[in-house]
Design a protein. Structure first.
Length: 284
């Protein structure tokens, strides 16, 4: 999930403006030329540019949306729903958080205390995890095994950019640690014949594109960063993008602004509510 870092702008006089953001984060690094990792790209698991989709990870799944791919919650979706989607010819992608601990998950007690960091902003029941931890990686492998056992065609690992300063993870891992962890997740998924997408992590897209089969972004239009997905678009890989509304009544207005904009050319873009329920407006 993605969060906007908010600044308080206070006007003192017409020519004097102060911005107090409440942290000391400067620009995050974007030069990864010293990274010694990397993947050999192949066509396995790739979802093609223009793949239609529905993203629903809360409430009872509405299986009637006419799309090629459904993205659903790994733990909450029932086997009956997965089987129904498959019978209808859908691709089933299963969501889980790779970068955080969630207290309501069945495997929450498996996380070692020393690998739990700070609570996520706006999510009191979720904490960042130390992606360098062997125990954390073992848990993520077990989650991928669950995806296989339930018949998921692929996975959407979330919270793959905990290294960013304004996420305040509570750990000192850096962007190179993040690259290594994200590559690890991609390789473990492929070892299990699962397609895998890169969620957000927009400043490491070029380095990680060969490792991942598609990408998913939240609010690149709002953040003016859709152009960063050029490596995925050029590779013919799907870019699934979402722009959010707090009020569903304003969905059509946002769609009129977003859909057809040149910045999302080649994307599969949805307008969704933050609850990620069945409500959707598609730009396709």
């Amino acid at each position: 999930m993605r969060f906007q870092k908010m600044c308080l702008i206070v006007g003192f006089v017409a020519t004097l403006v102060f911005c107090a953001c409440g942290d000391e984060c400067g620009p995050d690094p974007t030069d990864w030329s010293d990274w010694t990792g990397g993947c050999e790209d192949d066509d396995f698991g790739d979802l093609e540019t223009g793949t239609t989709w529905q993203w629903q990870i809360t409430k009872d799944i509405d299986t009637s949306v006419d799309v090629e791919m459904y993205d659903v919650d790994l733990f909450e979706v029932s086997q009956d729903v997965i089987d129904e989607l498959h019978d209808d010819g859908r691709i089933v992608i299963c969501y889980f958080s790779a970068g955080t601990w969630e207290e309501w998950r069945d495997d929450a007690d498996d996380f070692p205390a020393q690998a739990l960091g700070k609570t996520m902003e706006e999510w009191d029941d979720e904490k960042w995890v130390d992606i360098r931890s062997t125990e954390i990686r073992d848990i993520m492998e077990a989650r991928l095994d669950v995806a296989v056992s339930k018949g998921c065609d692929g996975v959407e690992p979330d919270n793959m950019d905990g290294y960013l300063c304004n996420n305040h993870s509570g750990f000192d891992f850096d962007g190179f640690d993040q690259l290594d962890f994200n590559q690890f997740i991609a390789e473990q998924a492929h070892d299990r014949d699962l397609s895998v997408g890169l969620k957000n992590d927009v400043d490491q897209l070029a380095e990680l594109e060969p490792c991942f089969d598609w990408a998913l972004n939240e609010e690149c239009f709002a953040y003016d960063e859709c152009d960063k997905y050029e490596p995925f678009v050029s590779a013919g890989k799907a870019v699934f993008s979402v722009e959010y509304v707090k009020d569903k009544a304003k969905g059509e207005d946002l769609a009129a602004e977003v859909c057809g904009d040149p910045s999302i050319e080649g994307f599969s873009t949805l307008i969704k509510h933050w609850d990620l329920d069945e409500w959707v407006i598609s730009c396709d």
